[in-house]
Design a protein around this ligand. Sequence first.
Ligand code: G3I
Length: 366
Amino acid sequence: MISKRKFMAVSTAIFITGAAPGFSQSTPSLKDAFKKDFGIGTALNNAQIEERDPQMTAFIARQFNMATPENIMKSALIHPKWDTYDFSMGDKLIEFGKKHNIKINGHTLIWHSQLPPFIRGIHSQDSIRSFFTDHIKTVAGHYKGKVFSWDVVNEALNEDGTLRKSVFLQYLGDNYITDAFRLAQEASPGTELYYNDYNNEQPAKRAGCIALIKKVKEAGVRIDGVGIQGHWHVGKLPLKDIEESIIQYAALGMKVMITELDIDVLPRNFQGADVSQRMTANEQSNPYAAGLPDTVQQQLAADYEALFNLLLKHKDKVTRVTFWGVNDGNSWLNNWPIRGRTNYPLLFDRANQPKPAFEKVIAATK
Ligand code: G3I
């Protein structure tokens, strides 16, 4: 028999690391349940890519058929110095995908955030242009035939639909998005190419996203799909806007994906996923450290149910749904917009056990 002390130690370790103990083989598999509808993906962190926990590896392989690296393909990590690229973790991810029959979505080629520090010292258009061109050619070229798709450009829009004043817009002008897709297409012709953003189901940002897609297409450059990240908040899912967006993006010939799905249950005073936005902690900001109240658990389940019913209604247009993390313990929402909180945004708890939301999502397929 396991002693109480040992049990506490094990459960604490699970809580802290998000490591997975055994999981039941009788738990249905998401990827199998949605086999005829759309792909089911997850974001993967370093520990998962390196298969440090065999039970976690088995769990991922059973539940998901697509994956996005949570951080390791971002430019700061894959291109740390002007003429140095580090493909070590990305290559491990490709091997992980091959071994477990999981398609990899590269994330991301051009993003204003998590840029390599050397960019800060560059103030000439020529140098930004050569960084931009070399980065896309080298990274997309390295993974040619190895990744299924790329988030070519990430989060280029402001909430009002105008273009974000990123270093790329400032130095390269408003054709940089089209240029990015053109370069990605040349470097990796067989790969699907997407634009990805948060809040782009909201009408103003959606209009900006539609204009962006049209501009790329009108230049004769290929763009295959659009990712609606899907960082939403419990009890406030914008279902009408999501539906309208799926319809409008699909009408442009885009594959539509929910690419970073999670439903935040903690207090927050703004929407979206701008990583530079932060909140100050106070006594009310981490209310569920000891566990999620049933009312919130049920609301979370109802939100997931309504969302998947909607996505299934449009399964002819939706090609993939990716969760931003495997289980609640892995979620970035434990550390944003306030560090060290206890969040519950996904379908599996910190021990990889299915939550009521998981049961609802599986039931939606029946
Ligand atoms: O690796 C360093 C570690 O060496 C250091 O000790 C530690 C101290 O803070 O930081 C570690 O880096 C962290 C990194 O995640 C890896 O864990 C960064 O601080 C942290 O900011 C970073 O957060 C990531 C965030 O993007 C940064 O932009 C999240 O994990 C990741 O989930 C999040 O993902 C983004 C998508 O790419 C784009 N859409 C929004 C989404 C959520 O923000």
